[in-house]
Design a protein around this ligand. Sequence first.
Ligand code: ATP
Ligand code: MG
Length: 345
Amino acid sequence: MSKIILTGDRPTGKLHIGHYVGSLKERVKLQDEGDYDAFYIMIADAQALTDNAENPEKIRNSVLEVMMDYLAVGLDPTKVTFFIQSEVRALPELTAYYMNFVPYSRVVRNPTVKNEIKTKNFGRSVPMGFVNYPISQAADITAFKANLVPAGEDQEPMLEQTREIVRAFNRIYRSQVLVECKAILPENQACLRLPGTDGDEKMSKSIGNCIYLSDDAATIKKKVNSIVTFPREIEAPGILEGNVLFTYLEAFAKDEDFAKFYPEFKNLTKLKEAYVKGGIGDGRVKKFLFEVLDAELTPIRERREKLAGKADELMRILEEGTKKANQVADATLEEVKNAMGINYF
Ligand code: ATP
Ligand code: MG
């Protein structure tokens, strides 16, 4: 079976360390292993507009920011096709057909959507487009016949919805046109859903509780220092449960970081053992966490700075990728319409 990878991000801001450990790192690994037939990365501007209709310039401006983040972490346009969602017209058409397979009650039961509706303060005016975005995501994935989707844990309900649509379509139209997909989730538990610096359960551009890949050292330090921890005397036992500092260390700290920045301990297990016994203040842990993050983010930030003046080049990469994406998505749309018998002329 061919391996087709598709993934994407909403251009609602710059990318953050949650994206990095939740999906970007895995993408770079897959890219470098090279064991795939096609690899698409979509900038989901149409999806971003479903909860930002009144703020289109934020979405537009973020497209290039996200592109800079991609290249800065090491994604390579000669190996990956980058495209802009709204420029692929087959996608909303597929969405319209797929909507007929999904009961209204099913859409509003989606746990990620439910949670996002709560945090986004829509009040009583939840946009239809927003409620519908899991269905448009099914169109994005199936248009490319993608079977592998590297993503964070919050995407699992979207992929389940996509599989349900694929099965319904193939059953009703007795076809094999659409392909089922599965998520590629990070193995490290801490990376499945990295919490925000405010302790919220998910770091998210829309909440603003993020450490961005582009943050400079001083900003990272300030954000790390702002993380609220349980108040205690230094000698008192430290608590690991719900401790964001340690979740970040789980996601980022390597044994080499200990050798370089915290040689009293060999690895995170040793530091944790000492921390729960007491005698290690959170200030010391924050200092180490800052050093770990800064060491990982500095090369990314430096590559990103070099890309800042290259807007035209980045746009050309997207334009070329979008052309290719249109060819593939148009071909799938035609197959879908043939299967449905709505091929009149
Ligand atoms: P928004 O608030 O606009 O939804 P976001 O920060 O949630 O932005 P998305 O563009 O929705 O980012 O997500 C892009 C990808 O990054 C998805 O695969 C998602 O699962 C992953 N991701 C986002 N936030 C996290 C996180 N905190 N931890 C792990 N993965 C994440
Ligand atoms: Mg999101």
